[in-house]
Design a protein around this ligand. Structure first.
Ligand SMILES: *Cc1c(COP(=O)(O)O)cnc(C)c1O
Length: 224
């Protein structure tokens, strides 16, 4: 069930702090998305391509769709015409495919690079050096990447109750973000997003400088 009160409180708090709220609607029906849309929510996050492609035509055109899951290169074409921001780019090959699909659709697709900050092997993402290496490749070859735009970094903290640990993982993302921004983006204002924080840890993430949180169960109820 959609928790309208939780949405209102969170949205107000985040607006005040200038943090974008991405409402993560994976596994939830179109009606639940519409409920929040009617209250004013526009940014929604999904992490299964088939599900996103099924829901998108049923919802208003001004919904901003965030693709937050692991994305396979061969599926980029299915979302390239409408996706607002791809959060979890974790290889140069994927970035090249997003660029190719962006060119096909005559648009520039905004993306974030996913950094591996948790100590669990199961989570996808890049080391800081790999992020630097991708940014170097893009910088050296700007013409080959003119249909994709790197707008920041994304990360997921370890699944733990240890708030100090979560905070230090988010801090490492933020520090890498600042260093990449300084070295590669200078005063290019589009490189501005630190996508970090979910239902259980968004407060810690905001404390550590998050600009965008991805919150699902707190708004839509728990998933099966
Ligand atoms: C599901 C998911 C979220 C939201 O998780 P909640 O705990 O429901 O807030 C955030 N980010 C990613 C990448 C997800 O897959």
């Amino acid at each position: 069930m959609v928790n309208e009160i939780a949405w209102r409180q969170l949205k107000e708090e985040l607006d005040r702090l200038n943090v974008t709220l991405v409402a993560v609607s994976k596994t939830k029906p179109v009606e639940d998305i519409l409920t929040l849309y009617e209250l004013g929510q526009r940014d929604f996050g999904e992490n299964y391509v088939q599900e996103l492609v099924a829901k998108q035509p049923s919802l208003p055109e001004d919904v901003k769709w965030h693709y937050i899951g692991h994305l396979q290169s061969n599926k980029v074409k299915l979302i390239a015409s409408f996706v607002h921001l791809i959060h979890a780019v974790d290889s140069l090959k994927l970035l090249e495919e997003i660029n190719r699909q962006g060119a096909k659709h005559g648009r520039v697709i905004d993306v974030l690079l996913q950094m591996h900050i948790a100590d669990e092997d199961t989570k996808f993402g890049l080391a800081a050096e790999e992020i630097e290496s991708i940014c170097t490749s893009v910088q050296r070859n700007k013409d080959a990447f003119d249909h994709v735009r790197i707008c920041g970094l994304m990360g997921m903290a370890s699944f733990t109750d240890d708030e100090q640990k979560i905070a230090s993982e988010f801090r490492s993302l933020r520090e890498t973000f600042l260093s990449i921004q300084q070295h590669y983006f200078g005063d290019l204002t589009h490189f501005k997003q630190c996508s970090m924080g979910m239902s259980s840890d968004y407060k810690i993430a905001i404390n550590e400088g998050s600009s965008m949180v991805r919150v699902g169960s707190l708004l839509f109820g728990s998933r099966n």
